[in-house]
Write a protein that binds this ligand. Structure first.
Ligand SMILES: Cc1cc2nc3c(=O)[nH]c(=O)nc-3n(C[C@H](O)[C@H](O)[C@H](O)COP(=O)(O)OP(=O)(O)OC[C@H]3O[C@@H](n4cnc5c(N)ncnc54)[C@H](O)[C@@H]3O)c2cc1C
Length: 457
């Protein structure tokens, strides 16, 4: 029997790959529902995602898991032909220049003509092409790294809004080695990121969709896992409060009972794993506690046909922190994916919070909605209240890969190995996205099946 603590996608994936290898599992989840931050609702046929809405098409794990669960027919791709993302700057929305590989330009004309960047930055971007490799460099923050290549304006109006959409993070704190390792490699090899990106483009196979998801939302992945796991997995809805060694293995205390297990997978945030493991290894608890988290929230606003007085343009927009708005990002859901809303309906998904802006989670729903509607009125002229709204708060849900992340994870892995039979999974270690979390769950399962101890990445 394997005990898995945490019923988010990481824990569910571990359970799936373990039961596929004929291991019985008990899943311990503190909330009354499974899925963790994957939280799909529906309203009048609209898909309303409270947490993640999709996964990167280039990362195979989520689509692969979907296929294994019989959801291949449900997989859908983003409408990349409508893909325009805007950035809010000085009172207006400006389209991201064509050809950007995140914050790295690969086409000259769109950068020359964009009003998003000043002439100083544009000239700097052009000169960056001539940088030469400078050998191994010490770890830097994303902000230091991008500023060195393209200047501060690129940090403020490209790196910060793009990364806050993924990590809810602060580029001055995030480690470039952990968050953008491909760019670090390009710098090492070419000196210039622009040259590195152009070379990478040449070698890239014709790319598929940027984002993928399931027709009825990511919740269908959780639903399918729950159904298919029902035979081989027991679920205990209680907080795991303690872990102890027994003669042959381990036991986990949850809901007033002890769950006996040969192995334990902790698929919970690092700070939650820290409180369970501290009594077994104080240093491991301390290391896990140093993984920082940011808090964020989503506000979905849905409109019946004829009720939205504006024309939703592109996938949506990002708001740099420098612009001091409540809103951090907005998605026009029915533009980004097909099958998201019946004909004529419109769904707007807003992101709030993130590093340094967490206080918004403490506000009442009324205050949040008032603030969001004020921003929408001032930014895109939307003054009609929604027919449906859903506010979902995610306190301390996004791990932050801050400076020293790789070193920290290596130390954590080393100490967990010493416990023999305890495994970690989740977004604190080797990637924050849904596919990364599925991979951590699968790796923990594979290590248990093999009888080894390496997992996590
Ligand atoms: C708002 C938001 C939007 C996102 N958007 C995207 C996106 O579009 N694409 C993408 O790829 N990724 C996205 N992410 C990231 C991704 O969704 C998460 O990293 C991933 O789903 C985390 O899964 P997990 O299972 O590791 O953790 P969680 O989903 O946090 O699950 C952990 C579970 O453990 C339980 N738990 C904690 N402590 C205990 C305990 N002591 N006992 C029992 N149970 C416990 C919790 O209740 C929870 O259910 C987003 C994240 C957020 C918050």
């Amino acid at each position: 029997m394997i005990a898995i603590v945490g019923g988010g996608i990481s824990g569910l994936s571990a359970a799936w790959y373990l039961t596929q290898a004929s291991h019985a599992c008990t899943l311990i989840e503190s909330k009354p529902r499974l899925g963790g931050v994957i939280d799909t609702a529906s309203w009048e046929g609209c898909v309303i995602e409270g947490g993640p809405d999709s996964f990167l098409g280039i990362k195979p794990e989520a689509a692969q898991l979907g296929k294994e669960l019989g959801l291949d027919g449900e997989l859908i791709s983003s409408n990349d032909d409508r893909r325009v993302t805007y950035i809010w700057k000085n009172g207006r929305l400006i389209a991201l220049p064509d050809g950007m590989m995140m914050m790295v330009p690969t086409k000259t004309w769109p950068v020359v003509t964009t009003p998003l960047l000043g002439w100083g930055t544009k000239i700097r971007m052009g000169l960056e092409y001539f940088r030469r490799p400078g050998g191994e460099r010490p770890e830097r923050s994303v902000a230091e790294f991008i500023e060195e290549h393209y200047g501060k304006e690129t940090v403020d109006y490209l790196a910060e809004p793009l990364l806050s959409g993924v990590y809810g993070g602060n580029p001055r704190a995030l480690s470039v080695n952990a968050v953008l390792p491909r760019f670090v490699e390009m710098e090492r090899k070419y000196g210039s990121l622009t040259r590195g990106a152009l070379e990478a483009r040449k070698r890239m196979p014709p790319s598929g969709a940027l984002f993928r998801t399931f027709r009825r939302g990511l919740g269908s992945l959780v639903e399918a896992l729950e159904q298919r796991l029902a035979g081989g997995m027991m679920v205990v809805h209680a907080v795991a409060e303690a872990i102890e060694r027994t003669g042959e293995g381990w036991r986990v205390h949850a809901g007033g009972e002890w769950v006996e297990a040969s192995h334990v997978v902790l698929a919970i945030p690092a700070y939650a794993a820290a409180s369970l493991l501290r009594p077994l290894d104080g240093e491991l608890g301390r290391l896990l506690d140093t993984v920082e988290y940011s808090s964020s929230m989503t506000v979905a606003l849905a409109y019946r046909p004829g009720r939205l007085p504006i024309e939703p343009d592109g996938f949506g927009f990002l708001v740099p922190g420098k612009e001091r708005r409540k809103l951090r990002a907005l998605t026009h859901v029915q533009n980004k994916f097909p099958f998201r809303a019946p004909e004529g309906y419109a769904v707007i998904r807003c992101f709030l919070g993130g590093a340094g802006k967490e206080a918004v989670l403490e506000e009442s729903d009324e205050a949040i909605l008032r603030g969001v509607m004020r921003d929408l009125r001032e930014m895109i002229g939307l003054d009609a209240g929604p027919d449906y709204q859903r506010i979902v708060r995610w306190p301390r849900a996004m791990a932050q890969y801050t400076l020293g992340h790789a070193y920290r994870v290596k130390k954590i892995e080393g100490r967990v190995k010493g416990l023999r039979g305890v495994f970690l999974a989740g977004n604190a270690y080797g990637g924050i996205g849904v596919p990364d979390c599925i991979r951590t769950g699968r790796l923990a399962a594979e290590a248990i099946v093999r009888g080894g101890q390496e997992a996590t990445r």
